[in-house]
Design a protein around this ligand. Structure first.
Ligand SMILES: C[S@@+](CC[C@H](N)C(=O)[O-])C[C@H]1O[C@@H](n2cnc3c(N)ncnc32)[C@H](O)[C@@H]1O
Length: 224
């Protein structure tokens, strides 16, 4: 059982239910806890961008269960979600990570080395869309996680979907925008972009999708 306080991350579930769910889910190990602490100490308020423990367990479990070997992440920050995906992939897996920040991803590199997963991760610094568009034509993925700038999501989705094997998954984070997606008076660029993408994916015949209200909302998209 995990420490309930550390796991209290769902923004939409009744807090008591969220706490109960947290204490009946697998918790972070020592390396994950240390990464949470170091992220807090070295990035301050930005640490809130890190995915929650529940989401990390969910992602690691999905990646392992689907036997994924090739994965891509756009938006790595200090490496917590990438660590979960890399563990799920196993030693013969490969994860391409895209981020613009040398500073934040330096913390990720340290954690991945400690966790023994650094060998299976290729971190590319630069705009995620440039990294994706520069991939060789034959590059294919089993699994993807999108968690970067919200206005870029649609472009990441299209680039990755074109390279996703049938049956493969794309998970997209922050698809509920703290609940702001359902408030028509809010029209900042992130909310507008995510609202439009939610509408597009729900009507997209290329995929099946479920928007799960874990964390800040995670869309699980499967290519048909
Ligand atoms: C929400 S954080 C990612 C959190 C990470 N998935 C985790 O669980 O710790 C968003 C990240 O996207 C990166 N980012 C922002 N704009 C980007 C872009 N155009 N291309 C690639 N990464 C970008 C930021 O540097 C930041 O590290």
């Amino acid at each position: 059982m995990a420490d309930a306080a550390a796991r209290h991350r769902s923004r939409f579930t009744d807090p008591a239910i969220d706490e109960y769910a947290g204490t009946h889910s697998s918790g972070p190990d020592a390396i994950q806890r240390e990464l949470q602490t170091v992220t807090q100490e070295r990035t301050g308020p930005a640490a809130g961008m890190q995915i929650g423990d529940d989401q990390a367990v969910l992602m690691e479990t999905i990646v392992r269960a689907m036997g994924a070997k090739r994965a891509v992440e756009v938006g790595t920050f200090t490496g917590y979600s990438a660590l979960a995906v890399a563990r799920g992939l196993g030693p013969d897996g490969h994860l391409l990570c895209c981020d613009t920040s040398e500073e934040w991803t330096a913390i990720a590199r340290e954690a991945w080395a400690k966790a023994g997963v650094a060998e299976r991760i290729d971190l590319q610094i630069g705009p995620g869309i440039d990294t994706l568009r520069a991939l060789p034509p034959g590059e294919q993925f089993d699994f993807a996680f999108i968690d970067a700038d919200k206005v870029g999501y649609d472009a990441y989705y299209e680039e990755i979907l074109a390279r996703l094997r049938p049956g493969g998954l794309i998970l997209l984070d922050n698809m509920l925008q703290n609940g702001r997606v359902i408030d028509p008076s809010i029209n900042d660029e992130s909310v507008t972009a995510i609202r439009a993408l939610n509408d597009k994916i729900a009507a997209d015949a290329r995929v099946r999708v479920v928007l799960v209200p874990i964390g800040d909302g995670v869309s699980v998209v499967q290519k048909v």
